[in-house]
Design a protein around this ligand. Sequence first.
Ligand code: COA
Ligand code: AMP
Length: 634
Amino acid sequence: MIKKYDEAYAQSLENPDTFWGAAAEDCHWYKKWDRVLDDSNVPFYRWFTGGQVNTCYNALDYHVDNGRGDQAALIYDSPVTDTIKTYTYSELRDTVARFAGVLAAQGVGKGGRVIIYMPMIPEAAVAMLACARIGAVHSVVFGGFAANELATRINDAKPKVIVSASCGIEVSKIIPYKALLDGAIEVAEFKPEKCIILQREMEKAAMITDRDIDWMEAQAAAAPVDCVPVAATDPLYILYTSGTTGQPKGVVRDNGGHMVALKWSMKAVYNIDAGDVFWAASDVGWVVGHSYIVYAPLLKGATTILFEGKPVGTPDAGVFWRIISQHKVKALFTAPTAFRAIKREDPKALLMKDYDLACFQALYLAGERSDPDTLQWAETNLGVPVIDHWWQTETGRAIAANCMGLHAFPVKHGSPTKAVPGWDLQVVDESCNPVEAGKIGALVVKLPLPPGTLPTLWQNDKRFLDSYLEEFPGYYKTADAGFIDEEGYAYIMARTDDIINVAGHRLSTGAMEEVLADHPDVAECAVLGVDDKLKGQIPIGFLVLNAGVERSHDEIVAEVIKMVRERIGPVAAFKTATVVARLPKTRSGKILRGTIQKIADNKEWKMPATIDDPVILDEITDALQTIGLGQARS
Ligand code: COA
Ligand code: AMP
């Protein structure tokens, strides 16, 4: 059976037209493609040019037309509202068609943008699919971001309409989504024409006359709208992700390549067939939510779970087991941090014993490095394969995984196994020379990237080239460092830029530094990610104050923490900062972040040869001590 993986991998690289052309036959096309891989404008490769499709048709109508109308498409499980609601494929198709009518009535059509700022409720998926139905481009913004981050995305995407809800629920806290949206629109330069608001029972929002539309009323009055054929290369969505500055990157996803690759991945990577139940315990605001809560399971004809809750506290650390058992989940996909949270609350997995998990076949982890402890805990207690897989917002799906539908390789802890078919994954040094097996270097992917990956950044080809393709000509830079061993197993060690992963959420320390630097008393600052037992990493800040500032340091620290929460959002989990006299730098002025990080994490470190003044590291060690990090100097 290894052959199945080897053959697929070899064919995907040697003959991508045949490989992806065959995968595309599994989808519905209004018009077939002229070319599978279009390399007429390198390095802007496109897939399935000339083809006409509709992603919503393939995700919903196709299954209704092919006898799955009465099968569950989506199960909304919300312990925070004590609700479980199932939509069959027919019901979901009808709801989406009607909401597409609501959008169309507001003048949203092919290519028009719609921002979706919603909690984890089925209407978020309905809004996404409704956009796809009429060829509009959605951009979902994660609820844990502050109004300012939402405003940045409004300015970039220029949506005609924003879809939101009155509130979200975080365990027991009510998050006023509508108020955050109003705040964002107020500060944004671009103003949407209309906002469609779903009023939730637990907190109704004040509506703005002539701008705000009530979802329920509009939905009741709307006529259903049919799917519109779009070019395979037309954009399906924009998803903003952290870049190295406060300006997020608008990752674009097309319709054709995305649809083909995601549908293929359900079987090849996750071993899921039509009719199976698949659960991605993530958020629709993240790429995992786009790909594996909404699009891929529905394209495959599976049943997807949309979970409004947390791994712990809603109501307890047994909720994952309850959902798996109650809805007969075959595979679960989540972030390691969720399992760390469960393990912390219920180390002996006693709550698991209450449930029959016979249906459960595999656990998939991604979003951050899986620590072996958590992985082993999950393996031992669940008794199923635990598969670490590696991917990025940009790639939309796994670059490396143990492809359970092709061949289950032995798991090596610490490795997401091998490159998935389609990905020519390599390790190179700074001069783009190949690095021998087992040696760390930059993880890069030889172009062309497979279908379903980002063709560019939203209206910013230059930033796409600069960010991903310039440093290693002919390759896509993943910005992850790592190595590949002699058996072809990949190991992902660290980001090479300023991105950190906090509880599986991708954040830019550069963006946080921009906020800190805006404080009137701050002369210089640095933010870096340090190890955290629960969240994997958390950000900490170092502040150098302007000369003559005599205010209490605690006060200033509290102010910068508040600023990050207000400008970036609670999801940044920026709760620790300290004032230092100076920052350690190289003689050329670069802050020695790596060294500070090692001291904070209590790891072995060497005095950098290029350091400007070694004494500063003693000061930093003392400062770290005051915030409970690193070790006291002897
Ligand atoms: N809307 C509004 N606020 C949100 C939010 C949302 N969708 N998601 C998170 N937040 C807020 C939280 O309320 C919290 O605010 P607080 O500082 O007032 O407490 C803050 O953002 C941080 O949230 P979170 O990262 O969820 O941390 P937590 O301490 O509340 O919970 C975990 C810890 C591990 C349980 C949680 O992070 C988790 O479930 N992680 C899994 C992440 C995941 O699925 N990632 C997707 C990649 S696959
Ligand atoms: P995001 O774009 O939010 O999906 O974050 C992508 C980044 O998360 C990657 O570039 C990696 O740094 C990290 N990441 C995701 N999955 C893994 C994994 N399985 N192992 C190690 N790092 C991972």
